[in-house]
Design a protein around this ligand. Structure first.
Ligand code: FMN
Length: 187
């Protein structure tokens, strides 16, 4: 059943900490393609400690903040590069943090979408498949199509940092599908 909310908050998780990250740029650019009733907020993952199960009972302030931000969101948007044919460790670290303690995961049921850009020819395809595996375990309904594998070299962004003309139509289609997906699955 579709939830009748007047506003949807989306937590954006970017899998790169790099200052000039293509994926950070992609995250900023794509949210401009969303309707006004959708608000996007990038969650900080660069200040999280390395996950250690011993800390579950006494999480760091950055971990508490992450979990609250995920819990408050109606949907999650992952925008990530591919590192060595998988997701970057910083992203997995953040996912693990918000999934614990056992039985208190912040991710459960949150509708998710994923995008990625890399300089490699297959544009994060393997990383995304690995991420899908993790999200399935976390019980997150994840948009299946269209898949978005972007090559960062290919005129991806315009001069002003917006999505370049080549990818814009396709990414608008993706965003429309994502919006419908979140509305359908928002708790
Ligand atoms: C540790 C590391 C591993 C990488 N592994 C891959 C890879 O498996 N596939 C790929 O397409 N690009 C790979 N790259 C290149 C990334 O696509 C490139 O660095 C890209 O700019 C990272 O995304 P960002 O700009 O958002 O930081 C790797 C880069 C790093 C630093």
């Amino acid at each position: 059943m579709e939830a009748a909310l007047s506003k949807y908050e989306i937590a954006v998780v970017v899998g790169s900490l790099r200052k000039d990250s293509y994926n950070k740029k992609l995250a900023h650019a794509i949210i401009k393609l969303a309707p006004a009733d959708f608000q996007f907020k990038q969650v900080e993952i660069g200040d999280l400690p390395l996950y250690n199960q011993d800390d579950d009972a006494n999480p760091a302030p950055s971990v508490k903040r992450l979990k609250l931000e995920i819990a408050a969101a109606q949907g999650i948007l992952f925008v990530t590069p591919e590192y060595n044919r998988s997701i970057p460790g910083v992203l997995k670290n953040a996912i693990d943090h918000a999934s614990r303690p056992y039985g208190q995961s912040a991710w459960v049921g949150k509708p998710a979408g994923l995008l990625g850009a890399s300089v490699g020819a297959i544009g994060t395809a393997v990383a995304q498949q690995e991420l899908r595996n993790v999200l399935a375990y976390l019980d997150m309904p994840t948009l299946g199509q269209p898949e978005v594998f972007l090559n960062a070299k290919d005129g991806l962004f315009g001069e002003d940092g917006s999505i370049g003309a080549k990818a814009e139509e396709f990414l608008k289609t993706w965003m429309n599908q994502y919006i419908d997906w979140v509305k359908k699955h928002a708790l």
